[in-house]
Design a binder for this molecule. Structure first.
Ligand code: UDX
Length: 441
């Protein structure tokens, strides 16, 4: 298939490379010249495990190129919309500017029979509005949400848990003739994962758009549920990690996404639940999602609680104290610092008078751009030099594996805050550290 991918960020760059890997002829288009130049040179513009290798592999086949020129999309028959939908500053709703501009720029290059596949996470109703603009052009819109996780983006795209096609439907809810034709095109695009028996859900536009935000809301709720339990554990002396293990053995509950700690961040979960609430309000069903307000506030409370915990171990004040924060990215194996709990806590402590030094294996460049006032160090040992307290904020493997004696030699005080509940308290306490965590005695 001849494919264009509009928007080459965390989603689009990976999608473009994976489509080429599946054998398609792909052009990735982005307005950001620097990003396009890097991708054209075979370099990933952000950290994503496996992506540089994949880019090298598929670029060598000649099946993948990148451009800033939307006219290049005219050579393709299937167009994936992969642009971002960030939160509007100061509001809950999603900013659809990039979707709007990408769609408007693509439209003149569409021809009859083309399929436009929306992948961006959008408020329900967006697909219907975009589809209406294709009336009479012979091109058809499908909604095909993406569920990739940063850090596993290549694997999630090549071997997805499921595929969802939202097709245009008639009054009986059945796909229209053009919808059926578009489905055949998508089946060809995804022939390899479909042959691997990837489950496929074929549905209407509204359902397909809701699937994405419903999935992210569920995941956010699961994390906030266990973080609420962590608050109970703190009040009772219970251990939230053992609690999660025990309830997780119930197959109906499951252990995944029950890791208590600093909570969720990133470019998806926080803004998606807020945009979902905003959309529910517009639709007159805000009560249905009022629980997501609580999910959000439990999540934000964890960050405040961590600053309090730092104050507690520093005997009541962090003013003038040296704090080492291990981790800046919102989760390990990513350089993404969007709404990162680690950075948010680091910045709060700095604002409250602490001297904060942050380190991260991949996220320092992005973190520095966001919070230039923080100090940054290349390694955990450098960051921890003379520290009064060390906070493990993002669970990179190298921080999980830190050797307490070695780290103990460089700090001023052996105090560790385990923001992700990944260290063994017995080992750290045995090495003379004060160990504190969220939801653990
Ligand atoms: C998420 C969804 O998982 C993905 O399906 C969707 O397409 C995009 O949003 P991502 O943002 O890459 O993916 O990260 P994810 O792995 O879901 O983690 C989100 C946040 O939750 C991270 O900050 C992580 O540290 C936190 N988290 C995750 C927890 O605090 N506890 C957990 O048990 C799991």
């Amino acid at each position: 298939m001849r494919i264009s991918v509009i928007g080459c960020g965390y989603l689009g760059a990976v999608h473009a490379a994976c489509m080429a890997k599946l054998g398609h002829d792909v052009v990735g288009i982005d307005v950001d010249q620097r990003k396009v130049e890097l991708l054209e040179a075979g370099e990933a513009p952000f950290f994503e495990p496996g992506l540089p290798e994949l880019l090298a592999e598929v670029r060598a086949t000649g099946r993948l190129r990148f451009s800033t020129d939307m006219a290049q999309a005219a050579t393709a028959d299937v167009h994936f919309l992969c642009v971002g939908t960030p939160q509007v500053h100061g509001e809950f709703r999603a900013d659809l500017t990039y979707v709007e501009s990408a769609f408007a720029a693509l439209q003149p290059h569409l021809k009859p029979g083309d399929v436009v596949a929306g992948k961006s996470t959008v408020p329900v109703g967006t697909a219907e509005a975009l589809a209406a603009r294709l009336d009479g052009t012979g091109a058809v819109l499908v909604w095909n949400p993406e569920f990739l996780r940063e850090g596993f983006a290549v694997k999630d795209t090549l071997h997805p848990d499921r595929l969802v096609y939202g097709l245009p439907t008639d009054d009986d809810g059945e796909p229209t003739a053009v919808g059926v034709a578009a489905r055949e095109v998508l089946d060809e695009v995804y022939a390899t994962p479909l042959a691997d028996r990837t489950p496929l859900v074929v549905t209407d536009y509204a359902t397909a758009q809701l699937v994405k935000v419903a999935a992210n809301s569920f995941l956010a709720t699961k994390i906030s549920f266990i973080n609420a339990m962590a608050e109970l554990c703190e009040a009772t002396g219970a251990d939230v990690t053992r609690l999660a293990d025990a309830i997780g053995y119930d197959a109906r509950i499951g252990r995944r996404f029950l890791n208590a700690g600093l909570g969720f961040g990133g470019g998806c979960l926080p803004k998606d639940i807020r945009a979902f609430m905003a959309r529910a309000g517009e639709l007159g069903v805000s009560d249905a999602l009022s629980f997501l307000r609580e999910v959000d506030s439990i999540n934000m409370r964890r960050r405040v609680r961590m600053v309090d915990l730092a104050r507690e171990v520093c005997h009541g004040s962090i003013v003038g104290r040296r704090v080492a924060v291990l981790g800046a990215s919102f989760k390990p194996d990513s350089d993404d610092v969007r709404d990162s709990p680690a950075l948010s806590v680091a910045a709060q402590m700095q604002l409250q008078g602490a001297h904060v030094t942050v380190t991260d294996p991949q996220g320092i460049v992005n973190a520095r751009a966001k919070w230039p006032d923080l100090r940054f160090a290349d390694t955990a040992l450098e960051a921890a030099e003379d520290a009064d307290v060390v906070l493990l904020a993002t669970e990179w493997t190298e921080y999980r594996d830190l050797e307490p004696h070695k780290l103990g030699e460089v700090v001023a005080h052996r105090r560790i805050l385990d923001g992700r509940n990944v260290l063994d308290p017995r080992v750290w306490r045995a090495a003379g550290w004060t160990y504190r965590a969220l939801g653990r005695p």
